[in-house]
Design a protein around this ligand. Structure first.
Ligand code: SF4
Ligand code: SF4
Ligand SMILES: [Zn+2]
Length: 261
């Protein structure tokens, strides 16, 4: 398996994976989405809530705020010395005490650790009116997307088969029907010839192949996969990819040891 990055920044990466089968590729996608842990608010203690939203609605909103995650600082609750009871090694608290009239934002929470804070300060949580008050403590922990979508570190995590598009110059009459049939503008005309503009845009819908009466165009799988991964900001996208690969490796080793027994 080989990975070549096309473009990458802290939040988004596009890369091509070669020499791998589709089952492995899909397992990697699922590992990044559902098994790479990140921090999210797990429960909220309401000391005072005179806003117009019920505690449950507010707790749900707060749970969806992305929180910067440091995987070296926290244990998964079931692997912690406290055995899931909750301690500073597996939990962190965020406090808030605000009176209206004003909008409460994600940045209004005070974290026990300044490095573990909401990724964005400007996510609106609720609008408080005159005389309304919110006094809460939100407790966050590590979890995985397998438990709840709020723990997923990715907002986009998908792949596409990279196709090879071939135009047989001997058969092609340059009628242009394939260009018109392609909704992704993969094909274009250049010097009165049909050429492939960008095969990465191709979804392999096969419309161009169906419309070509001269059987001059073919679209085939190359065996490469184009991955697009976008982080919600809790972890750098490269950490998500590395962690996803590590988890897959651990699972494969576990399976091997079971089979050897
Ligand atoms: S539809 Fe077929 S013949 Fe017409 S331009 Fe496309 S490849 Fe050539
Ligand atoms: S297979 Fe579909 S997306 Fe790809 S070039 Fe043909 S018409 Fe366009
Ligand atoms: Zn603990």
């Amino acid at each position: 398996m080989r990975i070549d990055f096309l473009d990458e920044n802290e939040l988004k990466a596009r890369f091509i994976i070669s020499d791998a089968n589709i089952a492995l590729i899909n397992s990697l996608r699922r590992a990044m989405k559902n098994l790479v842990p990140s921090i999210a608010v797990d429960y909220v203690d309401f000391y005072l809530n005179t806003s117009y939203l019920y505690d449950e609605n507010l707790a749900h909103r707060i749970g969806l705020i992305p929180i910067k995650t440091d995987l070296d600082k926290f244990n998964m609750p079931d692997k912690c010395v406290c055995e899931g009871e909750g301690c500073p090694n597996c939990q962190i608290s965020f406090r808030l005490n605000i009176e209206g009239r004003r909008t409460v934002y994600s940045g209004d929470f005070t974290s026990d650790d300044p490095e573990i804070a909401p990724v964005y300060d400007n996510i609106p949580v609720i609008e408080l009116y005159e005389g309304q008050q919110l006094m809460i403590e939100a407790v966050a922990r590590l979890g995985t997307g397998k438990e709840h979508a709020k723990f997923q570190p990715v907002s986009v995590c998908g792949y596409r088969i990279v196709p090879e598009i071939t135009i047989d110059a001997g058969r092609c009459t340059n009628c242009g029907d394939c260009i018109d049939s392609c909704a992704r503008n993969v094909l274009e005309e250049q010097n009165e010839k049909v050429i492939v503009r960008d095969n990465m845009e191709c979804t392999m819908c096969m419309e161009c192949v169906k419309i070509c009466h001269d059987r001059a165009i073919s679209v085939e799988e190359t065996g490469d996969f184009l991955f697009t991964v976008e982080s919600v900001g809790t972890l750098p996208v490269r950490t998500i990819i590395k962690k996803g690969l590590e988890i897959l490796k651990e699972k494969a080793e576990e399976m091997n040891s079971i089979l050897e027994l």
